[in-house]
Design a protein around this ligand. Structure first.
Ligand code: 1CP
Length: 365
């Protein structure tokens, strides 16, 4: 079997440039909106239906011809599968039953483990977390079967991004409560971050062992940290995730899954992020790709078209794609992507055209 372009690029073999899009599954696709309307389930319950998760995973691959699927789920799914009360509220995002910011609430959290305990669904039925964990594995296995030779990326939220929601109890602009906890109660912070690292690693490991060939750790909100706080209070826990995930073997490749680490606003800490044990560093749209490549010697890079450009005239997009491909040629491997997720208002045809362009141009050496 030939190595798929995604896996080749992530492991530092130059070849055709692969392309996929963060948040490619979901709201920008009419077929996704139809699927969600048909089943009428809240987001986290939809994620735990293997047929729905597999279909939403495959939809963008079918439509755009991207070089990877990313498993349709959410960074909050492992919290629910550890019996923590969390919902995704439409128009808001993740909302927890209560914030985890006192020593007592964090001590209570420590008795929760991925795949143990129960949760209550939208009809009031009690559901086993073990059954939910099996649904994740089944959804991955179905998606992998349907994707054929296209690899699947498994993912999870990095400890800081999970903690940013847990300490605040909901989305926030600057994650002040989480940063304050890290500074004021290092013991509670260590317990919370270690717990987050464990559930995220368990979730990612489950996806790899069910057939995902690569893994991405999203530290979306890491840009709110000072470099020192990142190095001292956050990086050690992201490293724990990378180490645990490195122990998982994908039955599809027979190897560990190459590890991509992405954050936004991450330019000041890019070299630190590269050192937590990653193969590839995701670069956000605010960072110059050539500069980023210089910061992370020996690593593959992923990125970094500004999602706002998806609204621009085609000639503007085309020039930006060419510039990014040119810059990417100096890295050991380059995966073309956006610099953050696909905005829900994106015209899906623009994404398809970008895939065609990358495939046409990305073969040049
Ligand atoms: O009903 C819906 O359609 C809800 C929208 C939605 C979707 C489609 C949410 C709620 N999550 C998802 C899926 C999702 N989330 C995927 C699927 C695979 C793909 O990429 O195609 C992935 C990888 C995620 C990961 C995720 N969830 C991140 C990290 C990536 C990023 O965008 O930075 C984060 C921060 C979340 C939390 C979350 N879940 C949903 C929303 C709206 C948010 C962000 C809320 C906020 O602003 O804090």
């Amino acid at each position: 079997m030939t190595t798929p372009p995604l896996i080749a690029a992530l492991t530092g073999q130059r070849g055709p440039t692969p392309v996929w899009f963060m948040r490619q599954a979901g709201r920008s696709l009419p077929e996704y909106r139809e699927l969600r309307a048909d089943i009428g389930l809240p987001m986290l319950e939809a994620c735990l239906r293997p047929d729905v998760a597999a279909e939403a995973t495959v939809q963008p691959v079918r439509r755009h011809g991207v070089d990877a699927g990313i498993f349709f789920s959410d960074i909050m799914v492992p919290l629910r599968l550890a019996g923590v009360g969390v919902e995704i509220e439409p128009g808001v995002g993740p909302v927890l039953d209560h914030p985890y910011r006192t020593r007592e609430s964090i001590d209570e959290l420590l008795s929760h483990r991925y795949g143990e305990g129960s949760w209550t669904d939208s009809t009031g039925r009690t559901r086993d977390c073990a059954e939910g964990a099996q649904s994740v594995r089944d959804g991955v296995a179905t998606a992998v079967r349907e994707l054929g030779s296209t690899p699947l990326i498994g993912f999870g939220g990095a400890p800081f991004t999970l903690a940013a929601y847990m300490v605040e109890g909901r989305p926030s602009r600057d994650h002040m409560a989480a940063r304050a906890l890290a500074a004021s109660d290092p013991g509670a912070w260590d317990a919370l971050m270690t717990w987050c690292a464990r559930v995220s690693a368990d979730f990612m490991t489950a996806q790899i062992e069910a057939g995902a060939s690569a893994a991405q750790l999203f530290d979306s909100w890491v840009g709110s940290l000072s470099p020192r706080t990142y190095r001292e209070s956050v990086a050690p826990y992201s490293r724990m995730v990378a180490q645990r995930v490195a122990g998982a073997v994908s039955p599809v490749t027979g190897c560990r899954a190459p590890f991509i680490h992405f954050g936004t606003g991450s330019a000041p800490i890019l070299s630190d992020m590269a050192e937590v044990g990653v193969d590839c560093v995701g670069v956000d749209w605010k960072t110059d790709l050539s500069w980023a490549i210089g910061q992370v010697p020996g690593k593959a890079v992923q990125g970094n078209l500004d999602p706002a450009l998806l609204q621009a005239p085609w000639h503007v997009i085309e020039q930006a794609v060419r510039d990014i491909l040119d810059a990417g040629r100096s890295a050991p491997g380059h995966v073309f992507n956006l610099g953050h997720g696909v905005p829900p208002t994106t015209d899906p045809d623009v994404l398809t055209r970008i895939v065609e362009l990358v495939h046409e141009l990305g073969d040049e050496r």
